[in-house]
Ligand binder design. Structure first.
Ligand code: ZN
Length: 357
């Protein structure tokens, strides 16, 4: 069963929000890094450069400040630091979880390599993974900070399992560690957590494993804490309506890239958690116009009423040119505010939101 999104959405409405309707605006997480940060990452590996780990830490802090500010300038209701401190979505966590080991990169596609880790013994919880990152961002942000965490299913299946009888058992152990981390983040003040499970898109038949992992993740986490799940680039008909049984407040989907052809999948039976709808395409380096994004937002109203709709890009924006990522984010927020005003004015037929388009 879905959690209680109604109970935790309103805390993200800014006090000066201009409309009665409120479409919560957010991002999935990753964002293009400033070019100098990539250069700093290289320099620290060069022993002749005199650029050390302390210098790199300072560069990461500065990048987090800049990107958090960029999100606020775009007008987002909830912000992320753009994952400036993270290299790759599995590697970052595997480096922090005892039990993982790295044996060098494997080729994934084209000339791209992925430092796929191995699990060589039971995974355990040592130091918090993201609490420092959250506290830093939270201190520099004036808006609430969302924390994306790579989910246990992806952390388990995108590694070599050399220690557990089955990867499913590894996933459940990892889920218990994620639960511990979420507890620590909540103690530090986090109110919005997003679990990223891209691996589910490629193996939808494992939806029950992800469901059980989520039960473990949210165990003991109060309803005031908003828990989202992001799954992208797959055939959602293979995990819907099963996701209605997941203990989440929000399901974040990528539908813009497929021109909303999958909307009917979610229309019946009724969608239970809040819907976080991708309304800008993370794979095209073209900034959609406000008008185009408004039409995309209306697609979401075919699935849920406005009080259950969150507006987001399809996926992390990190592969786009930075000015394009900013343009998409800014236009997305403008479009959301204009749709809210139109709803308030009674200009949108909520039973047939695309009438007139
Ligand atoms: Zn994604």
């Amino acid at each position: 069963m879905a959690r209680n999104p109604e109970k935790n959405r309103e805390q993200f409405r800014p006090h000066d929000h201009p409309n009665d309707s409120f479409l919560l605006t957010t991002v999935v997480g990753s964002y293009p890094k400033p070019k100098w940060l990539n250069r700093a990452d290289e320099l620290v590996d060069d022993p002749d450069s005199k650029f050390d780990e302390a210098h790199l830490a300072e560069a990461h802090d500065d990048a987090c400040r800049i990107i958090t500010d960029e999100h606020e300038r775009a007008g987002l209701d909830t912000v992320v630091d753009g994952e400036m401190r993270r290299n790759e979505m599995v590697e970052f966590f595997a480096e922090r979880i005892p039990g993982y080991e790295f044996n060098g990169p494997v080729k994934v596609w084209g000339h791209n390599y992925f430092d796929k880790p191995s699990v060589v013994e039971e995974v355990t919880y040592d130091e918090p993974w993201l609490v420092d990152e959250f506290e830093f961002t939270s201190n520099v942000a004036s808006r609430p900070v969302k924390v994306p965490i790579t989910g246990p299913y992806t952390l388990g299946f995108w590694a070599f399992n050399e220690a557990y009888p089955s990867t499913e058992e590894l996933v459940y152990d990892l889920a218990d560690l994620v639960n511990e981390e979420v507890e620590k983040l909540v103690e530090a003040g986090a109110r919005y957590i997003q679990i990223d499970e891209p691996a589910l898109a490629t193996t939808p038949e494992d939806h029950a494993i992800v469901g059980e992992a989520l039960e473990r993740i949210v165990s003991g986490i109060p309803e005031e804490i908003r828990i989202g799940l992001h799954v992208c680039y797959g055939d959602y008909s293979r995990i819907y309506p099963e996701i209605n049984d997941y203990p989440i407040d929000e399901f974040d989907v990528e539908l813009c890239n497929g021109d909303y052809e999958q909307v009917p999948v979610f229309e019946d039976p009724e969608f239970e958690p809040d819907l976080a709808l991708g309304v800008t395409d993370a794979h095209t380096a073209e900034v959609e116009s406000v008008e185009e994004i408004k039409e995309n937002i209306l697609q979401g109203l075919r699935i849920v009423p406005p009080e259950k709709l969150t507006v987001s890009p399809d996926c992390g924006l990190k592969l786009l040119p930075r000015e394009v990522a900013y343009g998409k984010t800014k236009n997305m927020v403008t479009a959301a505010r204009e749709v809210e005003a139109a709803i308030d004015a009674g200009e949108i037929d909520l039973d047939d939101p695309l009438a007139g388009y």
